[in-house]
Write a protein of this length. Structure first.
Length: 68
């Protein structure tokens, strides 16, 4: 194997691992809670009131949050 091919394969392997880690993080309860807290903080700052979320769903495939 040439030197450049080894470097290319190493870069590709790192990118694949980073993509897998990103998917795992996006599906985690920790990330869902961070998104929920950020939505509450931004909304409270914008309105000056207190915000409560009854139900929160996060669709990681479309990066969409649904609040009720």
């Amino acid at each position: 194997m040439t030197r450049w091919r080894k470097i290319g394969l190493s870069v590709l392997a790192v990118l694949v691992v980073l993509c897998l880690i990103t998917v795992v993080i996006l599906q985690s309860d920790w990330f869902r809670e961070q998104v929920r807290r950020q939505i509450i903080a931004v909304t409270e700052d914008a309105t000056g009131g207190k915000v409560e979320i009854g139900a929160f769903e996060f669709d990681w495939t479309h990066l969409r949050a649904t609040l009720r």
